[in-house]
Design a protein around this ligand. Structure first.
Ligand code: FES
Ligand code: FE
Length: 435
């Protein structure tokens, strides 16, 4: 299969065979090689404020429970009973002291220990070592500025190295105020009949689609939005991507949000420097965390099959913003990026139709798709921005590096280490952050 994958993913020449979006064998391998090993986004601190708070989510195909512990740490367990594999918790989120499996009643505490087994005496003759049958825990968990990630692989590099030069860009929206970000309560979830990578690659680098796909929806509330977009495209060797738009903070200019953003400008300038103070964008953290800071949106693409994925979408706000600004953020985010958002539905239609064609056809699967935009015009030595940078808002560098990284995960036996950010870059970042 490795040979076949190498043929399908010719990232250097910007050519991708769409089998990688529909093939069953490739999909099964992806769950194991990519989702079984990469650091995956689990939850934000603000979603788990108190001990016993939990969030039910997925790491690839596997359901996991993230639980806030009494000592303030977060632990992540497979949401699967050790007796017969039933889910031990079916609520989306909440607060619990224990989790009782509804099949035969084995009960686990928030630390994952098996604390009760019905009929231990009459059924097991007291002959069951409960200590050995606690919940299965992930190999590593860590957080970056309140965002918790986990991996099933004990050999994964530390989270900070996995994120690499992407942290410079993450900081551009996480560090706008001293208190950082907060996720507003509630998550919108919906299903698209397509492959999860179609969403992930688009958010990493496809600003190009917006002028056509979103021409009418964006035009309804800001006719000038798509004119003269200035910005850059960043492609990380670690597979992440960020398309940054300059001189803009939001899609809505004249509302509480616009006024708030203007008022905050000087403090943002202090914290982020002029290269990031007034920017928004769209991004993907490899493999499946994406966001649109300008629309206050953070999301995960959960794979549900080769041709099906779920979008889980949250509203992110500055934690210390006034209530009316948070309300405006929520309205803005659901109006554009909710399941029925005017922008979101445009994208869903594309992904859905592409998925339909690949599923039903045979000839369209044999095509070679073009990912060549901006090739040869990027630099690894931009004087300001770290990573591989294209000084243009349109380009497909992030998609090329996304698939380069994907191919490395898919074809390597060892955890695939990619070269780290160069030391000069860290220095640059340190001086900018110190401002
Ligand atoms: Fe959970 Fe039997 S499957 S108690
Ligand atoms: Fe879009």
């Amino acid at each position: 299969i490795n040979e076949r994958l190498q043929e399908l993913v010719d990232w250097e020449n910007g050519l991708i065979g769409p089998e990688i979006f529909i093939d069953d064998e490739i999909y099964r391998r992806e769950l194991e090689q990519v989702f079984g090993r990469a650091w995956l986004f689990i939850a934000h601190d603000s979603m788990l404020p108190k001990p016993g708070d939990f969030v039910n989510t997925y790491m690839g195909g596997d359901p996991v429970l993230a639980i806030r512990q009494k000592d303030g740490s977060v632990r992540v367990f497979l949401n699967a009973c050790r007796h017969r594999g039933m889910k031990i918790c079916r609520a989306e989120d909440g607060n619990a002291r224990n989790f009782m499996c509804t099949y035969h009643g084995w009960t686990y505490n928030t630390a994952g220990e098996l604390i009760n087994v019905p009929n231990l005496d009459t059924a097991y003759f007291n002959d069951l070592d409960q200590k050995r049958w606690g919940l299965v825990e992930v190999a590593q968990i860590d957080q970056y500025k309140g965002m918790w990630f986990a991996t099933f692989d004990e050999n994964a590099v530390p989270l900070i190295d996995f994120l690499g030069d992407m942290t410079y860009y993450i900081d551009s929206w996480v560090d706008r105020t001293p208190s950082g970000i907060e996720m507003l309560p509630g998550v919108i979830k919906w299903t698209i009949h397509g492959n999860w990578k179609l969403g992930a690659e688009q958010f990493g680098g496809d600003g190009y689609h917006a002028i056509i796909t979103h021409a009418s929806s964006l035009g309804t509330f800001d006719p000038g939005f798509l004119r003269d977009i200035k910005g850059i495209e960043f492609a990380s060797r670690q597979g992440h991507g960020y398309s940054m738009i300059f001189d803009r903070m939001t899609r809505f200019a004249d509302d509480p949000l616009g006024r708030y953003n203007n008022d905050q400008f000087d403090s943002r300038l202090d914290r982020l420097g002029e290269d990031r103070a007034n920017t928004v964008g769209n991004f993907t953290v490899f493999p499946n965390l994406s966001g649109l800071p300008g629309s206050a949106n953070l999301r995960v693409w959960h794979p549900k099959g080769p041709n099906e994925f779920e979008i889980w979408s949250w509203t992110i706000v500055d934690a210390d913003a006034p209530e009316e600004v948070k309300r405006a953020q929520r309205t803005s985010a659901s109006f554009t990026e909710g399941a029925a958002g005017v922008v979101e539905t445009d994208d869903g239609e594309n992904w859905d139709l592409i998925g339909q064609m690949l599923e039903r056809g045979t000839q369209t699967r044999k095509m070679s798709w073009n990912y060549q935009m901006g090739r040869g015009h990027e630099t690894d030595d931009d004087p300001i921005y770290p990573g591989r940078v294209l000084r243009n808002y349109f380009g497909e560098g992030p998609q090329r590096t996304f698939y380069r990284r994907w191919l490395e995960f898919m074809t390597s036996e060892q955890w695939p280490i990619a070269p780290a950010v160069s030391p000069e870059r860290h220095e640059h970042e340190a001086t900018t952050m110190g401002a």
